[in-house]
Design a protein around this ligand. Structure first.
Ligand code: GAL
Length: 420
């Protein structure tokens, strides 16, 4: 009996150890704290814990993620990075250069990610040819969200061009309502501004300005025209706009307190969380002049190299969960985005998402697919910050002329890129 129990104890210990060797506490930094966002990230927590790991939530509120990035930098500098963080676009290369990211090529190769992702996506997820990030979704930024009741009351029509926008906005304002729900924060100013640039100047100019950072495009009559159109929007916002969080602007559309919001489709996550139906309670429409274009914003998670094999197992399970068909569906249904994984069924998605999915493919075919400047897809964070600062200063200070702002933008971008 004694002998048997010793063997039994040995097996139990070995099993226990092997189980504990796999289980890890996975700390994840993100900034998904609004209603719709929180519901979405809860799905990831649920799926990771079903694999035996513990999810340590490292949520830093603040739309657009600037606050989260500040906190992350301090954690990494102090040698104590989380296991994973919501990092996306060219910033992945910046972090890759720091030599702090974990290589997740193992799980990527095993699962054939190169075949599961469009090349425009997989290229962004690699540093020195190795996967260091996993994509969560594809958000479309050039959306306009409209409340049909407000338009009906004002006898206005949902605009498809910027000229039509000003006609509709005047009607809504004349009817005593707020035409545009806006949050006066740099990233939100930039989100609206980039849709004005795409809608008034087109994708070729957009890419020259925000991807190539061509000084002759940044400081040009075209940029002046876009800036002037952009600032004209301010007269249609309410006095509560300065500093308002994006999801509170979305709730103004949900409650019929305003007619339109220019925001990426994470706003759809708020409508969904509020039980609202597209085409009934709200309208999703391309921002004026951009129906043939698609401004993409791909959320992703990087894994940090923690030199710990248990944690590495947890990180690999996190990466594998994120790209799984199940997660890609349930997360994006809640988040308002569309799956990053090729071949994902769109059956359960609403008409806005189906339009997004169709336009994503079409725009790639006709070169009208552009990376979002406002959401860190088109350039490094320092250059993005230079554009943010000049756009927001111009929007808030009527004494700054569009011509001056365009010149300032070109200068600020040149000095930000010179330092790279
Ligand atoms: C974007 C991010 C979205 C959403 C939005 C509002 O930059 O990619 O997932 O979080 O900010 O915070």
């Amino acid at each position: 009996m004694m002998k048997l129990s010793k063997i039994g104890l040995g097996i139990a210990l070995a099993l226990g150890l092997s189980m504990s060797a796999q289980a890890a506490e996975v700390e994840v930094l993100h900034y998904w704290t609004s209603g719709g966002e929180a519901k979405s990230v809860a799905e990831l927590k649920k799926m990771l814990e079903a694999k035996g790991h513990t999810w340590k939530d490292f949520a830093v509120a603040g739309g657009g993620g600037e606050s989260a990035m500040t906190v992350l930098k301090s954690r990494v500098v102090s040698g104590n990075p989380p296991a994973a963080a919501q990092i996306k676009g060219p910033s992945i290369q910046e972090w890759g250069e720091e030599g702090v990211l974990a290589n997740i090529d193992g799980v990527a190769t095993k699962e054939g990610w190169d075949k599961l992702l469009p090349k425009v996506v997989s290229d962004v997820m690699k540093h020195d040819g190795k996967y260091v990030a996993v994509p969560v979704n594809v958000h479309r930024v050039n959306w306009m969200w409209a409340n049909p009741e407000v338009f009906k009351k004002a006898d206005a029509t949902v605009p498809t061009t910027w000229d039509e926008f000003f006609v509709a906005a005047d009607k809504i304002k004349a009817a005593g309502m707020t035409a545009v729900a806006h949050g006066g924060q740099p990233w939100q100013d930039a989100t609206t501004f980039e849709s004005v640039v795409l809608g008034t100047q087109g994708p070729v100019f957009y890419n020259k300005a925000f991807v190539e950072l061509d000084p002759k495009s940044l400081d040009s009559a075209q940029m002046v025209e876009a800036l002037e159109t952009f600032r004209k929007i301010k007269q249609y916002t309410d006095e509560g706009a300065p500093g308002r969080d994006w999801n509170l602007a979305t709730s103004m559309i949900i409650k019929g307190e305003a007619g339109m919001q220019f925001m990426g489709d994470w706003a759809k996550g708020e409508f969904t969380a509020a039980g609202k139906k597209p085409g009934v309670d709200y309208i999703c429409a391309a921002a004026p002049g951009t129906s043939k274009g698609f401004t993409f914003n791909i959320d992703s998670f990087v894994m940090f190299d923690l030199d710990n094999k248990d944690l590495a197992a947890g990180q690999n399970d996190l990466a594998s969960t994120v790209l799984s068909p199940e997660f890609q569906e349930v997360f994006n249904l809640n988040k308002g985005s569309i799956p990053a994984r090729l071949g994902s069924s769109m059956e359960k998605f609403d008409d806005c998402a189906k339009l997004s999915s169709k336009d994503f493919v079409e725009s790639a075919k006709f070169d009208t697919l552009v990376p979002s400047m406002a959401h860190g897809m088109s350039t490094f964070s320092s250059t993005q910050g230079a554009i943010y600062d000049t756009v927001t200063e111009f929007y808030n200070n009527d004494k700054v002329t569009a011509k001056d702002a365009a010149a300032k933008m070109a200068k600020a971008v040149a000095s930000a890129t010179a330092d790279l």
